[in-house]
Write a protein that binds this ligand. Structure first.
Ligand SMILES: [Zn+2]
Length: 312
């Protein structure tokens, strides 16, 4: 009896496991119909989104947030760099009389735009472009700091370089102010003309002294031309001085001079209406009033402690 029951159960199990063919077709057909409905009706007609698209959309949101964060970081970097650049131009470079780095150079062209073509229309483009510009600005800023550092190491003491003493002796009776800096009527034409220096009338042969440490930038020895025999000293830190209408020049181009070294003697060479020293001070290539760079009330005793009289 027991064995018989077992046999019956086996048959029943075998029968329930094998689904009839129409049942299988029904399941398959329904699946296919649902799939077609989904692809043909739900996605294009109802405007539904396939799951893959949903996944991409949510990833997109994550990326957008990251881009926004990178954008904010770039904002901060750009701000900080702009402050460094300004401090460099306004303080460091200006202390040493260097010109500001032109904006055109700071934001110099980064080559053709076509390198970005493949990134057009993506949020990446903006970021790549900003990083490129930032990289370039950082490298220019770094070069500028190198320049400042080099100047700082080689220029020495600023106070010794800036023109600060009268170019001739302050002994009363040996000179007089014959023409100040600024517009005046031209002694030859009578019309109004800028006088780019200061005239100190004195006898020819009066020693002329360097008013600050520096290098002889130029010696012009044409006695016929405007300035006549003249010397230009470059003091660094943006300063230059010119000593004109000389009768004699005691220095050569490229020579290093210290404040108080005799560089020549006053005279009447060039376009001059009488013996005098024409003294110019330039700051960053602009003529400035020499009266602000010395004090003629300095006593002759004090003056002669500052200069080295020529031997003869
Ligand atoms: Zn003059």
């Amino acid at each position: 009896m027991k064995e018989e029951k077992h046999a019956v159960q086996d048959i029943e199990i075998r029968e329930t496991r094998r689904a009839p063919w129409w049942e299988m077709s029904l399941i398959f057909g329904t699946g296919l119909a649902l799939f077609i409905l989904y692809m043909v009706y739900y996605v294009p007609v109802m405007g539904g989104t396939p799951p893959k698209t949903n996944l991409l959309k949510s990833r997109n949101i994550v990326w957008r947030e990251r881009f926004d964060e990178i954008g904010r970081q770039l904002d901060r970097c750009e701000d900080q760099l702009a402050q460094l650049e300004e401090r460099d131009d306004r303080i460091y470079r200006s202390v040493y009389g260097m010109d500001e780095v032109p904006q055109g150079v700071r934001l110099a062209g980064l080559g053709g735009e076509n390198r970005y073509d493949e990134l057009l229309g993506t949020g990446v483009l903006d970021i790549v472009r900003r990083v490129d510009v930032l990289e370039k600005r950082v490298s220019i800023q770094s070069e500028s700091f190198d320049e400042v550092e080099h100047l700082q190491r080689t220029a020495g003491d600023r106070a010794a370089h800036i023109p600060a003493i009268p170019p001739i002796s302050t002994e009363p009776g040996t000179y007089h102010f014959s023409s100040p800096f600024g517009y005046r009527s031209d002694p030859f034409g009578g019309y109004s003309k800028m006088h780019t220096g200061m005239d100190l009338a004195c006898h020819p042969g009066n020693p002329v002294y360097a008013t600050g440490d520096g290098v002889v930038a130029k010696v012009e020895a044409d006695p016929q031309k405007g300035y006549g025999l003249n010397v230009i000293l470059d003091h660094g830190f943006g300063y230059q001085t010119r000593y004109a209408h000389l009768s004699r020049i005691d220095v050569v181009q490229g020579q290093k001079v210290n404040r108080g070294d005799c560089i020549g003697a006053s005279g009447n060479s060039g376009r001059s209406s009488g013996p005098h020293l024409h003294y110019e001070v330039l700051y960053r290539k602009d003529f400035v009033n020499p009266a602000h760079y010395f004090d003629m009330s300095l006593s002759p005793e004090d003056y002669f402690t500052l200069v080295r009289k020529p031997e003869k």
